[in-house]
Ligand binder design. Structure first.
Ligand code: FNR
Length: 364
């Protein structure tokens, strides 16, 4: 079967992956309400098509912090791509570069930053960080990212601890033997990750590594260590968006972590609208969570996002088809975006403004 939708890529991945790995990818925190709401909320925004517009040459190419992308999209930072495919982040890097998409590598990548860079030297790559208890380790990662051509840093701020992901707890999820966090000195190995029923190896390792004391005042420390653009990922409120601007960040990623952290947060498009309204118009705001079609991407842009990041669907493509599968997912999203732009009579990204959307219908 040639997958014609992202959902079909998901079905192929599910058929192929061990159930505990599928659960780690697909699962979310608590009742998984926010994860479901993300997917539903994009669909509840309606498109307002314009007619009799010349749509013969739709164009979704863009620039982000000076780098060209084939579409305003990228791969969201996700830990351990090796769970999906042996070529791991190197395959994803090749896929993203071939598709003209941004790759945001996770601090929990299974391959070194340098290896990921070498796999696709021409690709646009950013590095995602968590604030580690070991600040010297954090500073060292920043230096390595700069040296290896990473173009921005994304500090994820919604994870003072890992959310309660019930599927992982029930499965006693642990990394398979040989898989490690290749960029961290205190590596998570299979033995460190071993867990008993009711516990998750990922959760325990994160508790050791993440610094839950970090506050806005600490951002200056990181800022001083790099000239790269610094974005915060996981901001969901106008209050925090304004604080981020006051603290000099270069961009935001509106994200509820695909529902994997605090269950019960607003779905991604709702939070996006709140954040965009609170920050200066020229501050790049990205979004992720539940985008499963190019039309969702068009809606994110219409709500004011400069780009959107795609999480689980990229792992689906990787799981069933390696680099080619991940690329197919990204290419499909771009084609669906272009299709939406043509049929909505909005052939340029500038045409995707609030007028492209009908207000979200109120819940009964
Ligand atoms: C994630 N996410 C994540 N975020 C982050 O900042 N650092 C990380 O290491 C990870 N790891 C991770 C692993 C897996 C398996 C998933 C599914 C997600 C969250 C990710 O960046 C993003 O916010 C969501 O995945 C976006 O939602 P969708 O597109 O997956 O619905």
């Amino acid at each position: 079967m040639v997958p014609l939708t992202l959902a079909e890529h998901g079905a192929l991945a599910k058929a192929r992956l061990p159930a505990v790995i599928w659960d780690f990818f697909d699962g979310a925190a608590g009742s998984e309400w926010t994860a479901r709401a993300n997917r539903d909320a994009w669909q509840q925004h309606l498109l307002r098509p314009r007619v009799l517009v010349d749509v013969s040459a739709p164009d979704c190419r863009t620039e982000l912090f000076g780098d060209r992308l084939a579409a305003p999209y990228g791969v969201a930072p996700m830990a351990y791509h090796g769970l999906a495919h042996p070529d791991a982040e190197c395959a994803t890097a090749r896929a993203a570069a071939a598709a003209g998409a941004l790759l945001v590598a996770s601090i929990f990548a299974g391959r070194t930053l340098e290896a990921i860079a070498e796999a696709a030297p021409d690709g646009t790559r950013w590095l995602q960080l968590y604030w580690l208890r070991d600040r010297e380790a954090l500073a060292a990662l920043v230096r390595r990212a700069e040296a290896a051509g990473y173009r921005a840093l994304v500090l994820t701020v919604d994870a003072p601890k890992v959310g309660r992901r019930l599927r992982d707890l029930r499965n006693a999820f642990a990394l398979p033997p040989g898989m490690t966090a290749a960029n961290l000195a205190a590596r998570l190995t299979s033995s460190a990750g071993r867990a008993e029923a009711g516990r998750s190896g990922i959760e325990e390792h994160s508790r050791q590594q993440f610094d839950p004391t970090v506050t806005w005042a600490d951002l200056a420390w990181l800022r001083r260590r790099t000239t790269l653009p610094l974005l915060l990922k996981g901001v969901l409120t106008a209050e925090d968006a304004r604080l981020a601007v006051e603290h000099g960040v270069d961009g935001l990623v509106v994200s509820n972590h695909g529902g994997r952290q605090l269950d019960g947060t607003p779905p991604a498009p709702d939070a996006l609208a709140e954040v965009v309204a609170a920050v200066p118009a020229d501050l790049p705001v990205l979004v992720d969570g539940g985008l499963r079609h190019g039309a969702d991407l068009a809606k994110a842009l219409a709500l004011g996002a400069r780009a959107a990041l795609i999480g689980r669907p990229v792992l689906w493509g990787l799981a069933h088809g390696g680099a080619d599968g991940a690329r197919a997912v990204l290419d499909l999203l771009r084609e669906e975006l272009l299709d939406t732009m043509v049929l909505a009579g909005r052939p340029t990204l500038a045409d995707l403004d609030r007028g492209a959307l009908a207000p979200r219908p109120q819940d009964p």
